[in-house]
Design a protein around this ligand. Structure first.
Ligand code: B1M
Length: 212
């Protein structure tokens, strides 16, 4: 088994300490940080997602896997951040109302920070009104919403409608993403942008703020 396969396997088994140690070891061996993220951590999480879907894994095991994922992410985070230049723009980021999935949202936040954005992370289960309050208070230019559940996607539309109601839709851009979200859905609800993953979230945010 390669180092990256070992990381993935330990993540699937929810071995938090081992994932941390193996991630450190892979870095020490000179394996590229993006490769560790994509093939090790995300590779393992994809298997977890598939097994969860097939009812071969259950919530407690998925939570352990998520914790192991975070252990690896905490080690990679400073390296993902180190390339950034400060303050190209501000984004208010959160997982929408009713949804507590945070790993993808956190990864998007890390990549945006690394690219020089000020990221105001509101966490999970964020009601539409809260996004608007904070974007106004912090004078941010962008709202980023994550949703992983089909049933929580409408909260993205509610937030955009709330923004329209406040007369701010033309001034503040909105970007959405998450495993269940598509470009088509973004078009349908009037979001300014959609990104499929954390790397494209950075280029999309730059595009929306005319920074490319
Ligand atoms: Co949940 N869950 N879960 N879960 N869970 C999914 C999403 C699911 C697809 C699993 C499945 O059935 N295959 C399914 C949703 C089905 C659907 O609605 N279509 C599901 C379900 C049903 C549920 C519950 C309802 C289960 C239950 O209780 N019966 C429940 C809901 C809780 C709630 O939110 N109210 C639930 C709970 C949980 C846990 C708490 C156990 C745990 C979350 C722990 C945590 O986050 N701290 C969990 C997990 C871990 C998953 C899976 C296995 C993995 C999600 C993840 O972290 N992926 C997931 C299966 C899957 O997605 N394959 C599943 C890794 C992460 C890096 O990817 O989040 O997609 P992702 O983020 C990507 C992109 O989507 C994108 O960039 C990221 C990085 O590349 N992206 C953005 C994300 N946000 C973005 C925002 C952007 C741009 C890009 O702009 C702002």
């Amino acid at each position: 088994m390669t180092e990256l396969e070992e990381i993935a396997q330990n993540l699937i088994e929810g071995n938090e300490n081992e994932v941390g140690e193996l991630t450190q070891r892979a870095l020490a061996k000179g394996i590229n940080v993006i490769e560790i993220l994509n093939k090790g951590l995300l590779g393992g999480m994809n298997v977890v997602g598939e097994r969860f879907k097939q009812a071969e894994m259950f919530i407690p095991e998925v939570l352990l896997a998520a914790r192991a994922m975070n252990a690896g992410m905490n080690i990679l985070k400073p390296l993902l951040l180190s390339a950034g230049f400060r303050n190209v723009g501000s984004i208010v980021l959160g997982t929408v109302r009713g949804d507590i999935h945070e790993i993808g949202k956190n990864l998007v936040g890390i990549m945006l920070s690394g690219a020089g954005f000020e990221v105001i992370d509101l966490g999970v289960n964020v009601p539409p009104q809260r996004f608007i309050e904070v974007v106004v208070e912090k004078k941010a230019q962008l709202i980023g919403m994550s949703a992983l559940l089909t049933v929580t996607m409408p909260a993205m539309k509610d937030t955009i409608d709330e923004l329209k109601g406040a007369g701010l839709k033309t001034q503040i851009k909105t970007m959405i993403g998450g495993a269940t979200v598509t470009q088509r859905y973004a078009d349908e609800i009037g979001a300014d942008g959609y990104a499929q993953d954390a790397v494209s979230a950075v280029s999309k945010a730059k595009e929306l703020l005319n920074l490319n």
